[in-house]
Write a protein that binds this ligand. Structure first.
Ligand code: ADP
Length: 172
C-alpha cells in the first residue's frame, strides 16, 4: 500500500520571517515529506507587511528548500490542515512564556480536527529570545539586524520601517 505523504504545517504571522523561524523550518524539513509554511491572519496589530508580501518574503528565503511550500489562509488552521491532507502542526517553542498559549491552541485545534496533532521543536539557544516584534523594535532604532533576519529580506524590511516612521511623523 502506498504510504501517505507526511505533511507538516508551520503556521505563524511571520511579520517578518526571522532566523528563528528559518531555524525551525530547516530542522522540520528532513522530518517530513513536505513542510507548508502558512501565513495566518492573527492578532498582529498594524502589521508591517501584507499577507501577500509576507508570503513573497518567505518564498525568497526558502527558495533553496525544495519540499517547502509557502501559503496564506484566512481559514481556521484545523480546517486548512484537513483540506491539505496534513495531520501535524509544527511549532517552535521558545521560553516558558510560549507554553501556555501553545498548549491551549494545540488542544483547541485537536478538538476541531481530532486527526490533527501539534508537535514542537525547541528553539535553538541562539534564537530563544528572538521574535518578530523584537526585531521591529530594534529596527526602529537603526540596529544591525544581520544576526536576526535572513540577509535577503533586510533591505525590504528596513525600507518598510523607514516608510512607517515617515508616515507616523507626517501624521503628527
Ligand atoms: P513571533 O511574532 O512571536 O515571532 P510568529 O507568530 O511569527 O511569532 O511565530 C510563529 C511560530 O514560530 C510560533 O510557533 C513561534 O513559537 C515560532 N517562533 C517564533 N520565533 C521563534 C524563534 N526565535 N525560535 C523558534 N521558534 C520561533
Amino acid at each position: 500500500m502506498e504510504r501517505q505523504q507526511r505533511i507538516a504545517v508551520v503556521p505563524g504571522s511571520f511579520d517578518p520571517i526571522t532566523k528563528g523561524h528559518m531555524d525551525i523550518i530547516r530542522r522540520a524539513k528532513p522530518l517530513f515529506d513536505k513542510v507548508i509554511v502558512l501565513v495566518v491572519i492573527n492578532a498582529v496589530k498594524n502589521p508591517c507587511f501584507s499577507l501577500q508580501e509576507r508570503v513573497e518574503l518567505i518564498r525568497r528565503v526558502t527558495s533553496d528548500l525544495p519540499n517547502v511550500e509557502v501559503d496564506c489562509s484566512a481559514e481556521l488552521l484545523a480546517d486548512y490542515a484537513r483540506r491539505r491532507g496534513s495531520c501535524v502542526v509544527l511549532k517552535g517553542l521558545r521560553a516558558g512564556s510560549d507554553f501556555e498559549n501553545e498548549f491551549q491552541m494545540a488542544l483547541i485545534n485537536r478538538k476541531i480536527n481530532p486527526e490533527l496533532d501539534t508537535m514542537f521543536l525547541t528553539a535553538s539557544s541562539e534564537y530563544m529570545f528572538l521574535s518578530s516584534s523584537l526585531v521591529k523594535e530594534l529596527a526602529s532604532y537603526g540596529a544591525d539586524l544581520s544576526d536576526f533576519l535572513p540577509a535577503e529580506i533586510i533591505p525590504d524590511f528596513q525600507r518598510r520601517i523607514e516608510q512607517r516612521r515617515l508616515s507616523l511623523q507626517g501624521g503628527k
